[in-house]
Design a protein around this ligand. Structure first.
Ligand SMILES: [Zn+2]
Length: 308
């Protein structure tokens, strides 16, 4: 599922390629997206407006249009925005929104599993939309405050991994990067959030910024559906330390990476480096051994409502 770095990659590309273009028409597939919600009011509300700016909060993309309208977009599990300078006449089956610009270029929203979202809202009231109103701060716009996290977690029994996935706490961290952050911070993902001490919160907050920033630099991570605006996969997958590496050697200690399930989602960690007891920090090994038969299929199957 696309997380903050993947959405930020799409935002940057849209900013570079669609700002300034005027919308001539929008065609819909007619199928509902997340929760069955149909973007049917979108064509009427965005017609003849120019794209002015691209914002992002957590995993949400905010496409600001002229005259006070914003398109609020979420990629869900399998959504992607694709830009065509010479659009083919017919769109593939899973293209649900086709935005045609007056210069002949087109922007498509493709989403096979239809957990994505597209909604036209008033720009002045965009953060009042229920989807955005519940979100915590964006960790790239405002670096997470370790003291605020510690205060929020005080007394909580929820596992630290699930705390990090809660979009009300921090917007944008998802399953891939939560495992990576906790591995780099040497914190056991099963620990109760209320037992994390202030030094550990500081490390976790620092690693959130570092991991997300490095992933943005490499255009995110692709497991199945996510693509950049030009239909390219992200490049961060080769940098992952634990995610999707069950049974493979930990890049830090050489012991096997373990997969467990928390809140119906896979968590990957090194039981030795991330022991419940505190561990002295030592640097990561530089030359990482790679297995020949990597599983590329980390997500459970089935039409399950994801944590958005
Ligand atoms: Zn290890």
């Amino acid at each position: 599922m696309p997380e903050l770095p993947e959405v930020e990659t799409v935002r940057r590309m849209l900013e570079a390629h669609v700002v300034g273009r005027r919308i001539r028409a929008v065609k819909l597939s007619g199928l509902g997206l997340r929760g069955g919600e149909s973007p049917r009011s979108v064509p009427r509300r965005v017609k003849d407006r120019r794209i002015e700016k691209l914002e992002r909060h957590g995993k949400y993309l905010l496409i600001g249009l002229s005259d006070g309208i914003t398109l609020l977009s979420h990629l869900g599990m399998s959504g992607r925005w694709l830009f065509h300078t010479e659009p083919p006449g017919r769109a593939p089956k899973h293209v649900h929104v086709r935005i045609a610009f007056d210069d002949g270029t087109e922007l498509w929203f493709e989403d096979p599993r239809r957990f994505g979202m597209l909604r036209a809202v008033e720009t002045a009231k965009r953060y009042d939309d229920p989807a955005l109103a519940i979100l915590g701060p964006d960790p790239l716009a405002n670096a997470p405050d370790p003291e605020a996290l510690a205060t929020a977690a005080r007394g909580l029994k929820v596992a630290i991994k699930n705390f990090l996935l809660d979009q009300k706490r921090i917007a944008g961290v998802g399953n891939i990067y939560a495992s990576e952050v906790l591995h780099r911070a040497l914190v056991d993902p099963r620990r109760r959030a209320g037992t994390i001490d202030s030094a550990e919160w500081k490390t976790i907050a620092d690693e959130i910024v570092a991991v997300l920033g490095e992933a943005v630099d490499r255009m995110g991570t692709t497991f199945s559906m996510y693509r950049t605006l030009w239909n390219e996969p992200g490049q961060y997958g080769e940098r992952l330390l634990v995610y999707d590496r069950a049974g493979e050697p930990c890049r830090r200690c050489g012991g096997p990476v373990r997969r467990i399930v928390q809140g119906q989602r896979s968590t990957y960690f090194c039981p030795k480096c991330q022991s419940r007891a505190k561990t002295e920090r030592i640097p990561h090994k530089t030359a990482a051994p790679r297995s020949k038969n990597r599983s590329r299929n980390p997500l459970p199957r089935g039409r399950r409502t994801p944590t958005l």
